[in-house]
Design a protein. Structure first.
Ligand SMILES: [Zn+2]
Length: 291
């Protein structure tokens, strides 16, 4: 697939929209808890969210991360390692829909990162079609209420079953396995109908976040907003040690992210940070014909 040169890259569009946005309060919705596969949460989602949070804090945003309580210990451990005491970590434990929607409408920019979204029948699914009723019942509502209130909303996902994919036409559901036919009694496929203003489909949601942080770095001229491979290696190891698990593999002790070993995840982050470094060297770096 080749991108038209008339259209800016998605990460550029999103970073530009964020940097143009007036406001103070940013919300990041993430985390997948499943009693069997992810009792303390999944690694994909939280690590990328923390990379985004770090960039947003540096840009002056007050950042709240909302994640299921079962995942708070590992997410807190990574936040501490990343030295982000300013980030507020909360659980979605609102008593009713109205309270939850008021909460979502209180933010100026909202990110949903690898967060399961409802399909046309209101059912959330794991990637192979298993219904996933566990966790915060209102995560879609934060995004919907924020959109209605005029906030900037961004979805980052990697299989179509996450919040934000309602941005795409329904015909896109057939691209992903189980997109049209989930195999569960609902029969409506895993494809989420919850929309957003900007969708960033990524091979792994965390990798999409590292690239978005890099785009924020490039556009703001601040290389330090990108995350290095070393940081991502340390954060991922920390999260795994504290109980987050990799998706994409059956091995519960797998050391990686969505089936990719940690060293290659770190290599990806380092490569993207390298793009930022080279991109910000400026014209003075380019050799002139006399040299
Ligand atoms: Zn279903």
């Amino acid at each position: 697939m080749v991108r038209s040169t008339d259209v800016e890259p998605l990460t550029y569009q999103i970073a530009h929209a964020v940097l143009q946005r007036a406001g103070q309060r940013a919300l990041i919705i993430t985390g997948l808890v499943d009693e069997v596969r992810f009792p303390c949460g999944e690694i994909d989602g939280p690590i990328g969210s923390i990379a985004l949070a770090r960039a947003l804090v540096a840009l002056g945003w007050d950042v709240t991360i909302i994640v299921d309580a079962e995942a708070h210990t590992p997410v807190r451990a990574v936040l501490d390692l990343a030295d982000l005491p300013a980030v507020t970590l909360i659980a979605g434990d609102f008593p009713d829909l109205d309270t939850a929607r008021k909460f979502g409408a209180g933010f100026d920019v909202v990110f949903a990162v690898e967060k399961l979204g409802r399909n046309a029948k209101g059912v959330r699914h794991l990637v192979w079609g298993t219904p996933s009723p566990a966790g915060d019942p209102y995560s879609d509502e934060y995004v919907l209420a924020a959109m209605e209130a005029g906030a900037l909303t961004i979805g980052i996902g990697d299989n179509g079953n996450e919040i934000g994919f309602g941005k795409l036409p329904r015909s896109a559901a057939q691209i992903t396995p189980r997109g049209v036919e989930c195999g569960c009694p609902c029969g409506a496929g895993i494809f989420s109908v919850t929309p957003c203003d900007h969708l960033l489909p990524a091979s792994v949601s965390n990798l999409g976040c590292y690239t978005l942080a890099a785009a924020l770095a490039l556009l703001s001229g601040r290389a330090e907003l990108a995350v290095s491979g070393e940081e991502i290696q340390a954060w991922t190891e920390c999260g795994l040690d504290a109980g987050l698990r990799s998706g994409g593999v059956d091995e519960v002790d797998f050391r990686g992210d969505d089936g990719i070993p940690v060293r290659y995840v770190a290599a990806h982050a380092e490569l993207i940070a390298g793009v930022v470094h080279q991109g910000l060297l400026g014209d003075a770096w380019i050799a002139t014909p006399e040299h």
